[in-house]
Design a protein around this ligand. Structure first.
Ligand code: NTF
Length: 827
């Protein structure tokens, strides 16, 4: 650490200097000061970006004092901190969240009005940091919000990708990816600390050496890069707590540059720099698929090594006895992406701190816990040993030793059962490191993300480990932050709730139960209906301005927003739409008798996932035919705004009437969008999958449209033998829908465009779309019926809100604390 300057004895140098006065005048003064001194402009000469920056800086100024004070108090304490290790944080915009957390929303609005500044214009300036793909990254963002709100010491560690999740555009209905240059105009929320960069090494070899009579191993790396920390404030909701999110950015290591700078090869030296900076350049855009790319492993090691070192060297006191590390830190592994941290901590303890292997292993096992977010085999990461050995040779040795000792213990317990040994080995028979196995062996606890998921994880994915480690497996059902997804996204609903049950529910979401009696109150229901209508108008205005799309006032809003993946079954939704369309154009029903519905899709496909991209094209193609066919008389509309992201989710979800959660049972680990919809008063049409199971149990069968096979039924059908074409024969509606798609009805007569989709469904259909079709259409017919009874629908909608308090991420954090972390809030 750099010694403190002489002036550090001045009274103001010890604590933070204090925030500006929390009044309108104080805010105005600070705002104008920031415009002048930080942006170097006057208000009259400022751009919208200047005005946005000055506003963000002003909000920051109020939070900083509390942040620094919290950091100081934490360091003075001996509390255990949650070190959340996640390759993704899908934060969404920060301005309103930080205004809400600091309690400054009204003051800021008034202050800006006094300055003649349009706050709406400034909101629109903010580019959301899209540093995640979907549910996993958004979950991490909800968790750090809850930890701050609960005053639990936490550092979120991750990667500051220069390019986040790609920006999606459509060309002739096909997805085209554009780079997400979210940093183009800078980010006012980050605090870079290049002076605190860490050196992160790669490659090279290992060697044995004599250390005063003891033979030890060490790593002799070949190259290294710098990891530069960028701090972000994570304010708790109006509790004076501000935690830290620390994201690492890679930079060339100058020593390395010079070593290449031989014979004056300037270009080669610069190339090396570019190479180093590549590590944090771009987020891998695959959701629920592992890629096995070397750069990805570099990213993982880069941020995990920097984070662990940061905690040990910077956060903990200098002389800290690392045998006591478990008292001060729990490293929570958000899926397998950070699992390379396990051998890294072992390397630090054994090679650098010279701890005995067994002692180091005991520390490591207590310091890590692992959350699994999937059941899909293609999402379970494995690293070929040649790749891992080339990039991190010492880590591979350590993994081998961990595996050896683990398999020895397995033999001791179960004898020389070679099949079992093969099944449980961290190194797979084809020579790859199974990261989920490593995490399970190393972690103090392993959890799934919803009851059903945790059960399947134990019974189907890791049964041998469950048997070997009794008590290690547990469940923590996911949750979402009500601050962002109720209070900020749905101010009208929030006002209604507060009017009905008073304050306090935003940090104690189970209190929504008190709304139950209001479901039978006609006035409340009317107000609730007006809230939905207002949210639809707000969404309509957004989509009109953003994409030129229109929403009819009197339509039911039926929404499916999530990543495009075959297991999530956007195709099933499409088959329903095509069936509804076919019923009209075939004359089976009168258009005028069809209840008006607008279908809203939001979905990005991984750029290399061909089938997903074809399905996106089909959604757009069906949309243009259905929307423009006069026979439909405007009763059905399909809207697919491009580039679904957190900002758009915050507009769409509060406006929705119907939430589509229709994955094949046993495939969606949890889902979190499903929770956001229920909390905003949409009814769910869903399968018994992921957290849908718990949503249905809580809201009640009468307020949920269940359809489809259960997970055991799915298994039974696979066991009997699944022939999708038989389902197409049995259900005439399904046969016609598939024919329409396959015949080119949505592709100007060119059958070849969507034939691959139809042939895949007819011949393979891994996710049993056709098997669930009949049941799905029946559920949708029930939806149509139910929607005609407005009072009954609204009653169900209110009950959905009242009974979904369980899905607060505050409750998830309580569960992690009680079952896994055993941490205490910092009072
Ligand atoms: C996702 N997993 C699951 O697919 C969702 O069901 C779940 O809600 C979120 O995690 C959050 O737990 C992944 O994205 C991954 F990478 F693990 F496959």
């Amino acid at each position: 650490p750099v010694p403190a300057p002489a002036g550090a004895t001045h009274p103001l140098a010890i604590g933070p200097v204090g925030a500006p006065e929390a009044t309108v005048d104080g805010f105005v003064a600070q705002y104008l000061r920031n415009l002048n001194f930080d942006r170097g402009v006057t208000l009259s000469a400022s751009t919208a970006n200047d005005r946005f920056y000055a506003l963000a800086y002003t909000v920051r100024d109020y939070l900083v004092a509390r942040w620094l004070e919290g950091v100081r108090r934490y360091r003075a304490s001996d509390r255990k901190a949650v070190c959340y290790l996640s390759a993704e944080y899908l934060l969404g915009r920060q301005l309103d969240n930080n205004l809400l957390a600091s309690g400054l929303s009204d003051i800021a609005a008034e202050a800006l009005a006094q300055c003649g500044v349009d706050i709406e214009e400034l909101r629109a300036q903010e580019v959301e940091p899209g540093l995640g793909n979907g549910g996993l990254g958004r979950l991490a963002a909800c968790f750090i919000d809850s930890l701050a709100t609960m005053s639990v010491p936490n550092v979120g560690y991750g990667i500051r990708y220069e390019y986040g999740i790609f920006r999606q555009t459509f060309e002739d209905g096909r997805q085209v990816e554009q780079p997400d240059s979210w940093l183009e105009l800078g980010s006012p929320w980050e605090f870079p600390h290049p002076e605190a960069a860490q050196t992160i090494s790669f490659g090279g070899s290992t060697e044995k050496y004599d250390d005063g009579g003891v033979t030890r191993s060490r790593w002799v790396p070949a190259w290294s890069v710098q990891a530069v920390p960028y701090n972000y404030m994570v304010p708790g909701y109006q509790n004076g707590r501000v935690n830290t999110l620390r994201l690492w950015s890679s930079r060339a290591n100058h020593a390395f540059d010079l070593s290449v700078f031989n014979a004056g090869d300037y270009v080669e030296a610069v190339r090396a720099q570019t190479f180093a900076e590549n590590i944090s350049k771009v987020l891998y855009p695959e959701d629920s698929t592992a890629q096995g790319k070397e750069l990805r492993l570099q990213q993982q090691y880069f941020f995990v090594a920097a984070s662990i070192r940061d905690f040990i060297d910077v956060v903990l006191p200098e002389d800290f006895d690392l045998t006591r590390l478990p008292e001060r830190a729990i490293f929570q592994l958000n899926d397998t992406h950070p699992v390379i941290g396990v051998p890294e901590l072992m390397r630090i303890l054994v090679d650098e701190k010279k701890m005995e292997w067994d002692a180091a292993w005991a520390v490591t096992q207590q310091c890590f816990a692992y959350t699994c977010h999937t059941l899909l085999p293609e999402a379970l990461e494995v690293w070929p040993i040649d790749l891992l050995g080339r990039l991190l040779p010492r880590h591979l040795e350590i993994i081998y030793r961990i595996n050896e000792e683990f398999l020895l213990a397995v033999r001791e317990r179960f004898g020389d059962d070679e099949a079992r040994i093969r099944d449980m080995s961290i190194i797979s028979p084809d020579g790859a490191v199974r990261m989920a196995f490593l995490a399970t062996v190393a972690g103090s606890k392993v959890n799934g993300v919803a009851e059903l998921h945790s059960q399947l994880l134990r019974e189907k994915v890791l049964p041998a480990f469950d048997e070997f480690f009794p008590g290690k497996f547990t469940n923590v059902t996911n949750g979402v932050t009500p601050r962002r997804f109720v209070r900020l996204a749905n101010p009208e609903l929030s006002a209604l709730i507060t009017e009905a049950i008073g304050d306090g529910w935003l940090t104690d979401l189970e209190r929504l139960r008190e709304l139950e009696p209001f479901a039978d109150d006609a006035d409340f229901r009317t107000a609730f209906g007006e809230m939905k209508a207002a949210n639809k108008r707000r969404l309509a205005a957004t989509l009109q301005a953003r994409d030129g799309l229109t929403i009819a006032d009197d339509h039911m809003l039926d929404v499916m927003v999530k990543r495009l993946h075959e297991y999530k079954r956007q195709m099933l939704k499409l088959l329903h739409i095509v069936t509804a369309y076919d019923r009209i154009v075939s004359g089976e029903v009168e258009a005028s008798s069809v209840p008006g519905r607008t279908f809203v899709f939001g979905a990005k496909a991984a750029p290399g996932y061909d089938m997903a991209k074809r399905i996106i094209h089909l959604i757009n193609a069906v949309g243009s035919v259905v929307n423009d066919d006069p026979r439909v008389e405007g009763r059905l509309k399909v809207l697919f705004p491009p580039n679904y992201n957190v900002t758009l989710a915050e507009r769409i979800i509060p406006a929705a009437d119907l939430s589509e959660q229709i994955s094949l049972a046993g495939k969606e680990a949890s889902g979190t969008g499903n929770m956001k919809f229920a909390l905003n008063g949409a009814l769910t049409v869903g399968t018994d999958d992921g957290a849908n199971v718990e949503i249905r149990e809580l809201v009640g069968d009468d307020n949920f449209f269940l359809f489809g096979m259960s997970e055991p039924e799915v298994e039974a059908l696979w066991a009997r033998g699944y022939t999708p074409a038989e389902f197409a024969e049995k259900d005439a509606g399904l046969g016609r829908a598939l024919d329409l798609i396959g015949s080119g009805a949505f592709s100007g007569g060119d059958a070849s465009v969507f034939a691959p989709i139809v042939s895949n469904l007819m011949n393979d259909d891994r996710f049993m779309v056709l098997a669930d079709y009949t049941s799905y259409i029946a559920a949708q017919d029930r939806v149509d019926d139910a929607y005609t009874d407005t009072a009954a629908w609204q009653r169900s909608a209110v009950l959905n809100v009242a009974r979904s308090g369980f899905f607060s991420s505050d409750r998830s954090m309580r569960d992690y604390i009680d079952r896994i972390w055993h941490t205490e809030p910092l009072g």
